[in-house]
Design a protein around this ligand. Structure first.
Ligand code: PHE
Length: 510
């Protein structure tokens, strides 16, 4: 059978082969047909119980090119013998070589022919000792060419002589099944309106269900590891009574990202080296009421921010520099989600009644951008987890206690706090935790109590204290998933299989 046999022909050929011989070995009867085609045809037949089959593995011998030459021209020794025998009164060694036409064949063949006592030396001529010989090697190779196997000893010997190699071949032993027949009956797969209307369903043969068929691999969607860890953080925030802030904007005005946060306009963070500026559109609109219900006086707020920067207010002496409105209206890719927290706190100030606002807990987890040099632990964009707590009578010790509770929910214990600096918080603390793997304290977040320069300018009551803290989502994710290069987690080098195959995450377990 040719390799081009179609699927239908193949099933029929298998059925016919079985009528002559049972069982049939596929490797012998269909040596050219690829494994997959045989298997597909057998599965079709087996699903109708027309055949049964078993997969067997066997070793097959294939001839090396040199052995193919021997099959067609004879072994080296036989060729030497024939050349000598044909020359009735013997041959000189030089003549032998030109007659055989191959130096190696002549040399190797001569040696063997001597050993077999087929030829001998007579003076300086070679003469035949017998009339005819048996070319055993050639005969053996011929058998192997046809059947791909032979006596194990012979195979081992020929293999040693590098005339053949052994290969594992998967084959099938095929036998007649209980419903064996020479032809395959057409089996209906569906009950249709037509077969019902015509009544042909009464006599039709229906294909039985194949309960052994394996379902196709379904590629379901998969959550990115960052999304899984984000989910874990969200649960913790919800548990602790936080509401989520709307962070669905990457572009901010310098006002909300910096100025409202009391970050001076000449602060290094506002540099092109640290911040991405948007060139088009060139400028943001001035903050203004967003709806008719919005009663906040943005002009006053804007004036307060200018004043607190330029000359100070609320007990602060300010930075004492000419504050530029244009600079505050430049557009930036937000460098932190604290811009959103700030806008949310301003909205909270709008809820003021009789000089009081209700306590609030807000959180967000979203993307921020910084103009950094990319390396194994830094990208130009990452995700910030941020929380804000506004209440009366809060103290720094309360912030530390809160952070300890918050991180304990991720099984991160024994926090250390280090005094730090943020233009918008005072005091500020970096949060450290001991990392067992790295055997040292690593920074896991930043926190502080927002400054009156920021809060009072919004109109928030003087005695309202606001905690803030932030951390990256990438760092805990990398620790949880054992990733050392951030580029394996985010960006164009991410392996989709890594995303597909990653397990769920338990923030509370190591
Ligand atoms: N915005 C800070 C950062 O980018 C985090 C922070 C938020 C710090 C709120 C204090 C208060 O790291």
């Amino acid at each position: 059978p040719a390799a081009s046999t179609s699927a239908v022909d193949l099933t029929s050929e298998i059925l016919h082969a079985l009528s002559d011989k049972d069982p049939v070995l596929s490797a012998e009867t269909f040596p050219q047909v690829p494994f997959e085609s045989i298997k597909a045809a057998l599965d079709r037949l087996a699903s109708r119980s027309m055949v049964t089959y078993e997969q067997v593995e066997r070793e097959e011998a294939t001839l090396e090119p040199e052995a193919e030459v021997i099959v067609s021209h004879g072994s080296h020794e036989a060729r030497v013998f024939e050349a000598v025998r044909e020359a009735l009164d013997g041959l000189s060694i030089q003549d032998l070589e030109s007659k055989v036409g191959d130096k190696t064949v002549t040399k190797v063949g001569q040696g063997k022919a001597f050993k077999e006592k087929w030829i001998k030396k007579d003076g300086n001529r070679l003469v035949a000792l017998v009339d005819s010989i048996n070319d055993v090697t050639r005969d053996q190779l011929r058998v192997i060419q046809e059947t791909r196997t032979h006596d194990p000893k012979i195979l081992a010997d020929l293999k040693k002589r590098k005339l053949l190699k052994m290969q594992k071949v998967i084959s099938f032993t095929i036998s007649k099944g209980p419903k064996y027949a020479l032809e395959m009956i057409k089996e209906e797969t569906d009950l249709t309106a037509e077969t019902l209307a015509s009544g042909s369903w009464k006599t039709a043969t229906f294909k039985p269900y194949n309960f052994n068929a394996q379902g196709a691999d379904q590629h379901s969607g998969a959550l990115h590891p960052l999304n899984k860890v984000r989910h874990g953080f969200r649960q913790i925030f919800f548990e602790m009574g936080f509401t989520e802030m709307p962070t669905n904007q990457y572009v901010e005005s310098g006002f909300w990202n910096f100025d409202a946060l009391f970050v001076p306009q000449q602060h290094p963070a506002r540099d092109l080296q640290d911040t991405f500026y948007v060139s088009d559109p060139p400028k943001a609109a001035k903050p203004c009421p967003v709806s008719a219900a919005d009663k906040q006086d943005y002009d006053e707020y804007f004036r307060n921010v200018r004043q607190v920067h330029e000359s100070g207010k609320y007990g602060s002496i300010g930075y004492r520099y000419p504050w530029s409105e244009d600079e505050s209206l430049r557009l930036v890719l937000r460098t932190h989600t604290t811009s959103i927290s700030t806008a949310m706190l301003y909205r909270l100030a709008g809820q003021r009644q009789d000089g009081r606002v209700p306590p609030a807990r807000y959180f967000s987890i979203d993307r921020v951008f910084r103009n950094e040099t990319v390396d194994a632990t830094h990208l130009c964009e990452f995700h910030q987890v941020e929380g804000v707590i506004a209440d009366y009578g809060l103290t720094l010790g309360g912030l530390m206690e809160f952070l300890e509770m918050f991180f304990a929910k991720m099984n991160v214990k024994d926090l250390r706090f280090k005094p730090a600096y943020n233009p918008y918080t005072e005091p500020s603390m970096e949060i450290f935790s001991y990392h067992k793997g790295l055997n040292k304290l690593i920074e896991i977040g930043n926190s502080g109590i927002f400054r009156p320069e920021m809060l009072e300018a919004m109109g928030l009551p003087k005695d309202l204290v606001v905690f803030g803290f932030g951390l990256s989502l990438e760092r805990p994710t990398m620790i949880k998933y054992g990733i050392s290069n951030i580029r394996e987690l985010l960006g164009h080098q991410v392996d989709l299989n890594f995303v597909q195959n990653n397990p769920a995450v338990r923030l509370d377990k190591d």
